[in-house]
Write a protein that binds this ligand. Structure first.
Ligand code: CP
Length: 311
């Protein structure tokens, strides 16, 4: 067996596209150790004691924001939280001016969520601190894909050859793109499924299968990763009503019970209960939705730690 690489090939985490399969395995291996740490009575290690991290959130978040903050605190980093809605961005300050002002206060690392695709890449070209993308518009959400694949791996072992279906609003989803890149690097087969209006044209050129039949795709897959309908990004109508979406593309209990096998149900959250997934599926024995959230802290600890030690 080849020796595991000891450091990441990149000094930022802008997207899964930039990671190698070895980087991903290193992150998983490191997350295994941190998962053990956060299940101890004392959940803290001094690994980032001299590091200051700013969490810049220009878009709403519950899971990602809290998960990064917890990960940073578990690593003993100093943490600053910035929310665009209560900052001088509202007075017209540019992104670069805002970040440079924060960095001048001796901040070492930036975690940023921003509505503009490419915002993290833009920052990486202009500042010297490490940057972690916590979701940039419809582009990538790399730590979500890492925690998703890590959670799948806990259920299924090696993902090579496993069938993963991503259901729902693929068109507006940064989770979908990061999952596709991550799963393919780990050797899984990926299919996307949803209404034709919410599947990007030419997505098959990424090497994924496309299907519009939910029942058929559920029968094909080992894992169903169900995505939220992102109404906040939909400025035209992509389907007539939420009721019809739920009827034709929602994952419900009768559909699962009609399969002759057990599949793993995932959702990155937040969930629209009764739209893309019913409560009796989201809360069922098939679902690992809360394990995904738990694993997010260990994955983010691993990413932050590996970026910091690489400097
Ligand atoms: N999965 C995810 O990114 O959730 P939040 O928007 O709550 O961070």
């Amino acid at each position: 067996m080849a020796a595991m690489t000891q450091q990441l090939s990149t000094r930022h985490l802008l997207g899964i596209k930039d990671l190698t399969a070895e980087d991903i395995q290193l992150i998983f291996h490191t997350a295994d150790s941190f998962k053990e740490v956060i299940n101890r009575p004392i959940k803290k290690v001094p690994s980032l004691r001299d590091i200051t991290i700013a969490n810049l959130f220009f878009e709403d978040s519950t899971r990602t924001r809290i998960s990064f903050e917890l990960a940073e605190k578990r690593l003993s980093a100093d943490v600053i939280n910035f929310s665009a809605s209560s900052s001088s961005v509202k007075k017209g300050e540019t992104l670069l001016d805002t970040v440079n002002n924060i960095l001048s206060m001796k901040v070492d690392m930036i975690v940023m969520r921003h509505p503009a695709p490419g915002a993290c890449k833009f920052l990486a070209e202009h500042i010297s601190a490490n940057i972690v993308n916590a979701g940039d518009g419809t582009h990538e959400h790399p730590t979500q894909a890492l925690l998703d694949a890590y959670s799948m791996r806990e259920q299924l072992g090696d993902l090579k050859g496993k069938h993963v279906a991503i259901f729902g609003d693929i068109l507006h989803s940064r989770v979908a793109l990061s999952n596709i890149f991550c799963l393919q690097k780990l050797g899984a087969k990926v299919r996307v499924c949803g209404p034709p209006t919410l599947i990007p044209k030419h997505i098959d050129q990424l090497g994924v299968e496309v299907d519009y039949d939910v029942r058929k795709t559920l029968a094909w897959c080992d894992v169903a990763n169900v995505l939220r309908i992102q109404l906040e990004r939909q400025h035209i109508r992509y389907f007539p009503t939420l009721r019809e979406y739920a009827q034709y593309f929602g994952i419900n209990r009768p559909l699962l019970d009609s399969l002759d096998k057990k599949i793993v149900i995932m959702h990155p959250g937040p969930i629209n209960r009764g739209v893309e997934i019913t409560s009796d599926v989201a809360d069922s024995e098939h679902s690992i939705i809360l394990q995904q959230v738990e694993n997010g802290v260990a994955i983010r600890m691993a990413v932050l730690y590996l970026l910091a030690v690489r400097n």
